[in-house]
Design a protein around this ligand. Structure first.
Ligand code: TYM
Length: 328
């Protein structure tokens, strides 16, 4: 059975983009692959975090993974900082990374743009992400479109290490879903929907109340053509809503275009809002049942234990290949 690894940062409430671009596909993949799903809290601290809020976000993300349908009997769910091999291999992979290639990462450029003080860890984020993936002999990494560049550098680092030292890392493939890989902001549909958008109307959060979702979808920016058709260049707003509806209703964009030929934007938006609400309501219900349960802690304990066993073996191989420590 092939192995999957993916991670989500606990850096705020998850968005519909995270859900449709990543989480939703994890749920189907867990039955076909040996899966590791991670709450990457060490990535989150590459930018300043409030300590209490971070704790809350970590737990909330764990509950959301389960609420969205991750089954702990099928997949290993764990917190990155509870498996110390991640930062240890992260250091090793930093020694194989060039500052120039790290500075070229668009996420680094975006997050450091205009900031007076930028942490060194924001620059060395990709070798840590590579370590997450490489520790588990990962074959496939399901992510949204924005992680493509990070996956490319992961492959480069793995190949570089294998060539220089010993052939110990599996070279992972990226898996981007056909629909939903890039959900855009509702207010500026040429920008991706993001947790950190200052305009609250731009982003649907997974835990938003139905009324809020309806309000946000209804105030989404569209165009004056009045025709529901998919054309991301000329009609980014409507195209984004079509993508959202397709992902939430399991219909293709072509089917939707055909059924909305004579429908006005008002009715179309209402249908999009209803579909999003129907998609998220069961997730929210399960989330409320799970968030304060002891079971959640048990699942995370077991996940960390299982992940550590695999990760420590790979770490030991990497250390040995580089000549670190003693031969035992
Ligand atoms: P993060 O936490 O920003 O996002 C988690 C997942 O959600 C996807 N995503 C989106 N998909 C569609 N539309 C959007 N608007 C949207 N916004 C986010 C992301 O592509 C991602 O799949 N670096 C990663 C976390 C990470 C990781 C890893 C991922 C750390 N180690 C190892 C995979 C494997 C990140 O910041 O994702």
């Amino acid at each position: 059975m092939k192995t999957i690894f993916s991670g989500i940062q606990p850096s705020g409430t998850l968005t519909l983009g995270n859900y449709l671009g990543a989480m939703k596909q994890f749920v189907t993949l867990q039955y076909e692959y040996n899966c590791y799903f991670c709450i990457v809290d060490e990535h989150a601290i590459t930018v300043p975090q409030d300590r209490l809020k971070l704790r809350e976000n970590i737990r909330s993300l764990a509950a959301l993974y389960l609420a969205s349908g991750i089954d702990p009997n099928q997949a290993t769910l764990f917190i990155q900082s509870e498996v110390s091999a991640h930062t240890q291999l992260g250091w090793i992979m930093q020694t194989q990374s060039y500052i120039g290639e790290l500075e070229r990462m668009t996420q680094f450029k975006d997050k450091s743009d205009g900031k007076e003080a930028v942490s060194a860890a924001l620059l060395t984020y990709p070798p840590l992400m590579a370590s997450d993936i490489l520790l588990y002999n990962t074959d496939v990494v399901p992510v949204g479109n924005d992680q493509k560049q990070h996956l490319e550098i992961t492959r480069d680092l793995a190949q570089r290490f294998n060539r220089k030292f010993n052939d110990i890392f599996t070279i992972p493939e990226i898996k981007i879903s056909k629909v939903g890989a890039r959900i855009m902001s509702l207010q500026e549909p040429t920008k991706k929907m993001s947790k950190s958008d200052l305009n609250q109307k731009s982003t649907i959060f997974i835990l938003d109340e139905p009324k809020q979702i309806e309000k946000k979808v209804k105030s989404a920016v569209t165009d004056s053509e009045g025709v529901v058709r998919f054309d991301p260049v000329n009609k980014p707003g409507i195209s984004n809503l079509l993508t959202i509806l397709a992902s939430c209703s399991n219909q293709t964009i072509k089917q939707l275009e055909a059924s909305y030929t004579n429908v006005n934007y008002g009715q179309f938006k209402q249908d999009v809002a209803n579909a999003v609400i129907a998609e998220l309501e069961p997730v929210q219900q399960r989330y409320n049942e799970i968030i304060n349960s002891n079971e959640l802690d048990e699942i995370l304990d077991q996940g960390a234990e299982k992940a550590s066993l695999v990760a420590n073996k790979k770490l030991a191989k990497a250390k040995k290949a580089m000549g670190l420590g003693r031969v035992k």
